[in-house]
Write a protein that binds this ligand. Structure first.
Ligand code: AMP
Length: 237
């Protein structure tokens, strides 16, 4: 049995049991720091099930707000459609509110936040303790190839990929029979803009968290399951 992180409050422990080891983890707060197009939602879903902690996806929250026609959603639309980031103060506000909810007390996976240095600093200022920052390393050419094959269920939001993670029935969601569509921000011209934004705004977070000793870098592979396995090994779970 391995005990990671000193148990100041045992009620917040998360148990990870695998074939050959039992690991007790405290406060499993994880950041998924991933270039656009890498299946961060898929990896986050596996970690979420593994540890029994929620995934907080700012992209999904913004899309939900847009679907519901809220003022924030409408404000975010033009930024998203152009492959740009939504202003920091908007995203920081929604994350702060979400992290205050009860289900985050034993930990959470932040999928797509922070994406800028000011967002990371805001998280530090909120007093949020992060244990691991998962950095999935992927070359730009692979990202472009990957994004062109991405589809998402227009009903429940479940992600798919035409070659790497295809649905059982072409064009139809395995879970809810919803129609699979290509997100506007996955269109080729938007993809290039998102990559540029990533290198300029988000990549500096790699050294930000490396300095804090929290970075776990994993090579992105075509096989999504292999990448997820490497992530779990990287965080000793
Ligand atoms: P994602 O689904 O995480 O790729 O996010 C889709 C889009 O939502 C991004 O291209 C941004 O326009 C916006 N977005 C998501 N998370 C953030 C964030 N942390 N900061 C700013 N914009 C964000």
């Amino acid at each position: 049995m391995t005990l990671l992180h000193y148990p100041q409050d045992i009620s917040r422990a998360v148990l990870s049991v695998t074939k050959d080891k039992i690991v007790i983890l405290l406060l499993m707060n994880i950041i998924m720091l991933v270039a656009p197009g890498e299946s961060k939602g898929t990896h986050a879903a596996v970690l979420c099930e593994h540890f029994g902690i929620p995934t907080i996806s700012t992209g999904n929250m913004i899309r939900e707000a847009l679907k519901n026609g809220t003022e924030m959603g409408l404000k975010a639309k033009s930024f998203m459609d152009e492959g740009k980031l939504v202003p920091d103060e908007v995203v920081i506000g929604i994350v702060k509110e979400r992290l205050s909810q009860d289900d985050c007390s034993k930990g959470f996976i932040l999928d797509g936040f922070p994406r800028t240095i000011p967002q990371a600093e805001a998280l530090d200022k909120m007093g949020v303790e992060i244990q691991y920052v998962i950095n999935i390393d992927v070359a730009d050419e692979r990202i472009i190839k990957r994004m062109s094959g991405r589809r998402v269920c227009e009903n429940c939001g479940k992600p798919y990929h035409l070659t790497n993670l295809p649905p059982k029935v072409e064009g139809v969601c395995d879970d809810c029979n919803g129609i699979l569509v290509q997100r506007k921000d996955d269109h080729p011209d938007t993809v290039l803009a998102r990559l540029e934004t990533y290198h300029k705004e988000t990549e500096p977070l790699v050294s930000y968290y490396e300095k804090q000793g929290k970075l776990v870098t994993v090579k992105g592979q075509d096989d999504v399951e292999a990448t997820t396995k490497a992530i779990l090994e990287g965080i000793e779970a």
